[in-house]
Structures are given as structure tokens and as C-alpha cells.
Design a protein around this ligand. Sequence first.
Ligand SMILES: NC(=O)c1ccc[n+]([C@@H]2O[C@H](COP(=O)([O-])OP(=O)(O)OC[C@H]3O[C@@H](n4cnc5c(N)ncnc54)[C@H](O)[C@@H]3O)[C@@H](O)[C@H]2O)c1
Length: 314
Amino acid sequence: MPEKIAIIGAGLVGSAWAIVFARAGHEVALYDDTEGQCAAALARIETNLEALEGHGLIDDPAAARARIATAAGLADALDGAAYAQESVFERADVKRAVYAEIDGVAGPDLVVGSSSSGIPCSTFTEGLGIGPRCLIAHPINPPYVIPLVEMVPAPWTEEATVSRCWTLMEAAGMKPVRLTREIDGFIANRLQAALLWEAFRLLEGGYATAEDIDTTISAGLGRRWAFIGPFETIDLNAPGGLADFCARLGDGFFEFVRQGEPAAPLSDAVVGEAHEQRRARLPMATHGERQAWRDRRLMGLAAHLRDARRDSGD
Ligand SMILES: NC(=O)c1ccc[n+]([C@@H]2O[C@H](COP(=O)([O-])OP(=O)(O)OC[C@H]3O[C@@H](n4cnc5c(N)ncnc54)[C@H](O)[C@@H]3O)[C@@H](O)[C@H]2O)c1
């Protein structure tokens, strides 16, 4: 059922969320407290709707665009809204101030999801009347081509809040996952941090170049990860399934991550080295161009995965 969705903070992520909800048939109200941000968001939205159309990932971009409007203020954005996606800066003080403001004007049924990448919801909703109707709904950017959304409840989030957000997200083509309780980094950034940590360690030790480490993922491990996760990967990699895989590898497989040298913080030297190697491959002048290339590839992949799902009936 079409509803009104408020986007609070119309930066990179907020404007991408606007596409997700408008594409799904909802009315979207964009709000940002900085002049010019909504206009910039609308320009970005129009460019991205066009690109999505080019990849067959949206049926009617003009209708989606027509469902997106700019709100004059926070109260205006929230007036009659069923759901708000908060996407302001990743700063606890900024989020706390915004939630206090939302609390003052929200209707009794409003549910609020935060795009927060790592700050748990309990940090900025404690003691607020609206607290039980708030949760984290963390996307991977841009959510109109990457469907994952991580839902993380605060200790006081009501079950009905999670299920309402889940239903809304699924109906909008997102793929929600749920954490039972708060943990720093949620799932995605914990996994990403573990992988990056090892990548930096290999580079620091001089075992391989940044490019070869990247290729290990892009031409290797990542190929499967676009459609199956690490548990399903190992389950399919041994005739007897996951337990058989672990037995075949033996305890030694995890030794090199369990018992390395005591973990020192990431050094400036290794970050500098990785940066220099990347710049040798991709001068900063062509960085934006490469970002646009990545987004086009993601759209192509999203279209391919959609067709593959249709063919296999998944
Ligand atoms: N960039 C990413 O890849 C990414 C991915 C997933 C989640 N996130 C999360 O999404 C959120 C937004 O990130 P972003 O990259 O879009 O940042 P951004 O800087 O592009 O946008 C933030 C917007 O919020 C607005 N804003 C700040 N305070 C406000 C207030 N009080 N009221 C209304 N608007 C306000 C700013 O003017 C700005 O337009 C953060 O919590 C971030 O961690 C980002």
C-alpha cells in the first residue's frame, strides 16, 4: 500500500533511499537542514533514475520522480508519514538532536529507521517517547541497486517496529536481515573490517601488492559472494557439506587468524603504501569516473541477478 515516507537528511544516502521508496510507489518527502542539499539531491535522483531505466531496473522513472517532493521543514516532512529514514551525518550528537526534534513532532504511529553505519540506535534514542518505534535500518550504498538492509533494534525497540520496517523494506525490493541485539559494526561492517584488516596485514608484510589482494576478491572470492555467502560457500565446497568442509580443513585453517602477532593498530605507513599503490593504478583525477563505472557495473549486476532469480524461480 502506498504510504508517505520522510527522508531526513538528503545527502548521498538519503537521496538514494528516496529512489528506493518512490520506485516502490510511495510518496517521498525530502528534508535537509542545509540550503541547497535538497536541490542537489533531486538532481542526483534524476541522473540515477535515468541510469536505472537504462538497465531496465525501473519501469516508470518519470512517475517515481513525480512522487518525490521537498519538504519545507521537519514537521512538514513527517506530517502524515508512516515511516522516516534518517540519514543525517554519522555523529552521535547530530543524530541525538535530530531524534529529539523528531520526538517533538512525530505522529503516534511513525516508525523511524536510521541509516547509521555503526552508531547503535540506543545512543541517540534513549529516554525519548518515540524510542520504541526506532531502529537501525543500515543500507549498503546505493540501496537502489544493493538490496541489503541491516535491522538492529535498541533494547527498547518494540517487535512491531521491526516487523513494520521489515515489511515495508521487503515490499520496496530490499533484502532485510535482522540482528537480535546491538553490536558495534553490525554484521556487514564487522565482516568488512575483518577482511580489510587481513588485507592491510598482507600488504604491510610485503606478501603481495594491493592490486593482487584486490584481484583475489574481484576475480576470486567475490565472484561467489554476489549471490551466496561464506557459510553457503563452504557448505557447497565439500561433498558432506559445511561440517565436512571444516573437518577437511582441520584446525590449522583458522590458526593464522587466531594466533597472529599481537594486533598492533593500523600504521600510517601501511595506509600510505596502500593509497600510493591505488593512486598508481587510479590517479585521483579519474576517481569520479571510476565511481560512475562501478555504479554502472552494479546496475548491470543487479539486472543480471534479477533475471537469474526469475529463471531459477528463487
Ligand atoms: N556513504 C555511505 O556509503 C553510507 C552507507 C551506509 C550508511 N551510511 C550512513 O548514512 C548516513 C548519511 O550518510 P551520507 O553519506 O549520506 O552523508 P552526507 O554527508 O552525504 O549527508 C548527510 C546529510 O544530512 C544533512 N543533515 C545534517 N544534519 C541534519 C539535520 N539536523 N537535519 C536534517 N538534515 C541534516 C546534511 O546537510 C547532509 O545533506 C550516515 O549515518 C552514514 O553513516 C552511509
